[in-house]
Ligand binder design. Structure first.
Ligand SMILES: [Zn+2]
Length: 418
């Protein structure tokens, strides 16, 4: 049953409604336009905009002429320096921190290598130090910070801010990320899955964009999907939607640790492509590699840093025209096409955006081949074309999305995410 709201709550609600309307207009809005856009009364718009001006969250930016008689209308715009949010992306290999202003522009960013051990406490220490450095270099006052958003590998418990058991980073299992980072920084922290953050970033950066129904295919240490459906970021019953899991895209594909063959997540993740490249003689395993890993217990064992280096070597070999290297990557593109066509049919999306830490190295080859591979599979199953694009935000996309998580709470009458 809906709960009633008292007056202070309604006042805060109306502030977010007005802020959100102003944010969505590219050039700002007059008070009269805000009445039309929000359904609030002229008196309420006047009162609320006065409060927002007082808080320094909006500014008066010139005036727009009116048709016919009457005085020009003052335009209200967001004041970008009115509030800031910090976004953190905890990837197994790199920690990215960004500082966003109220217009979601990146003011500063910092990257630090993640501790080689994958140690969770050390990760928090490095993150807290990076955040301090962001504030120092930008000169932004702590009082203007609305909080920290963290994008972490799932699954997560969004209510407690605990990273439950990321399969690729055992050192973070059951780690109380939210509480530890709050203790280290003195700032409120929100935690979301990395794929969810990436989708949120795309949505935020392009609020009136071409599609309100798209997926973000995230290529990191593993692969995941962030979904925007009917204009909203879809997070599922426990905020853990988007695990591409074990959808089979190739019954003859590589063995997955679940026991089956050709699961999408396993088929295209960098670790698998690197192992394949070693088995096919494209690249060599570093000296001292132990062959006791993988589902068969006979595959090379690598830490995430080594996978990164070998993955870069594999892509370089393909770019230099090594036929076996090209075959490995082209197979991953065919597997991706199969998965994308299934997703597009299931969700009726018209756009797939690709990004994540491993994406930039794959981008040119994927964008060149993927549309054709999808068209070959389609055979009339899809009712409309699906556009394929790389994220315009680049490698910082999950960190930017994590900061948008904080901004989202500032702007949304009902936050998109908990
Ligand atoms: Zn599997």
């Amino acid at each position: 049953m809906p709960r009633g709201a008292n007056l202070p709550v309604i006042a805060a609600f109306n502030e977010t409604v007005l802020l959100d309307a102003i944010r969505r207009s590219s050039t700002g809005m007059s008070r009269v336009e805000l009445v039309g856009a929000t359904g609030l009364s002229a008196q309420t718009v006047t009162n609320v905009s006065r409060r927002l001006l007082g808080h320094g969250l909006i500014r008066e930016a010139g005036s727009a002429p009116v048709d016919g008689p009457g005085k020009p209308r003052t335009i209200l715009q967001l004041e970008p320096t009115g509030s800031y949010a910090i976004g953190v992306h905890l990837d197994p290999t790199v920690i990215t921190c960004v500082l966003l202003d109220l217009e979601s522009t990146v003011v500063e960013h910092i990257r630090r290598p993640a501790p080689v051990s994958g140690d969770a406490a050390a990760t928090v220490e490095i993150t807290a130090a990076a955040i301090e450095e962001l504030l120092e270099t930008s000169g932004v006052d702590r009082d203007r910070l609305s909080g920290i958003g963290v994008a972490a590998p799932g699954p997560i418990d969004s209510h407690t801010g605990v990273v439950v058991r990321p399969p690729l980073v055992p050192g973070w299992t059951d780690f109380h990320l939210r509480d530890e980072l709050t203790a280290a920084t003195g700032l409120p922290v929100r935690v979301a899955k990395d794929v969810t953050a990436a989708a949120l970033a795309e949505r935020w950066r392009d609020p009136a964009g071409a599609s309100g129904n798209f997926v973000f295919l995230y290529y990191g240490t593993g692969v995941g999907v962030g979904m925007v459906l009917a204009e909203q970021v879809y997070t599922g019953a426990t905020q853990n939607a988007g695990d591409v899991g074990h959808a089979i895209v190739n019954p003859d594909g590589p063995r997955c640790y679940c026991g089956r063959r050709g699961c999408f997540g396993e088929s295209v993740r960098p670790h698998r492509l690197v192992v394949q490249a070693i088995q096919d003689g494209v690249i060599e395993a570093p000296p001292g590699t132990e062959f006791t890993g993988g589902p068969t217990g006979t595959e090379p064992e690598f830490d995430v840093e080594t996978v990164e280096e070998l993955f870069t070597a594999l892509i370089r070999a393909a770019d230099d025209g090594d036929a076996a290297a090209e075959r490995i990557l082209d197979r991953s593109i065919r597997d991706t096409a199969t998965y994308v066509s299934n997703l597009a049919a299931l969700l009726d999306i018209d756009r797939v955006v690709f990004g994540g830490p491993s994406w930039s190295r794959l981008q040119s080859r994927y964008l060149e081949q993927l549309p054709q591979r999808i068209a070959e599979i389609d055979m009339g199953i899809l009712t409309h074309p699906v556009s394929i694009a790389g994220s315009a935000i680049g490698d910082d996309v999950a960190a930017v999305g994590a900061a948008c998580l904080v901004l989202d709470a500032t702007f949304s009458p009902r936050s998109t995410l908990a």
